[in-house]
Write a protein that binds this ligand. Sequence first.
Ligand code: ZN
Length: 171
Amino acid sequence: MKALLVIDMLRDFIDADGALTTGSAGADIVDFIEEKIQEFRAKDFPIIYICDNHKIDDKEFDMFPPHCIAGTEGSEIIERLEPEKEDMIITKRRYSAFFGTDLDLHLREKQIDEIYIVGVCTNICILYTAADARNLGYKVNIYRDGVASFDKEAHNFALKELKITLGCIIL
Ligand code: ZN
């Protein structure tokens, strides 16, 4: 069974004035992701939203400006990609969607063995989520037109790493 993972399409990353905005790179993938969500929904494949969601004094803020603090507007999924009630929403506090969450358990319960990933940032949450997924034995596909980062060079490096080192399929 296949599932679509929509990672961190949240206001702080996507809105032009978001706390950790990816700027035009993030805004440019919204249309593509919207199409993929419709495509997966039409085939009755699960859609799982992965959402960064931090405590106000989260350790991650030693490295990045505060963003996606639980309960703030910045932590909300952008309006155009709003989930529907059958979609699963998983919050996370670290880069990998598997770290400290029940994503693995949820995928196994639904007999999902192949995931398709879209979202931001290619070199951070996408890369480390895909790495954990591969270590756990999932087949992982990444939509090139559906991922972005605020750092173009790191984005390109991550796509290469995802393909060559992790064995993901880049679509
Ligand atoms: Zn974060």
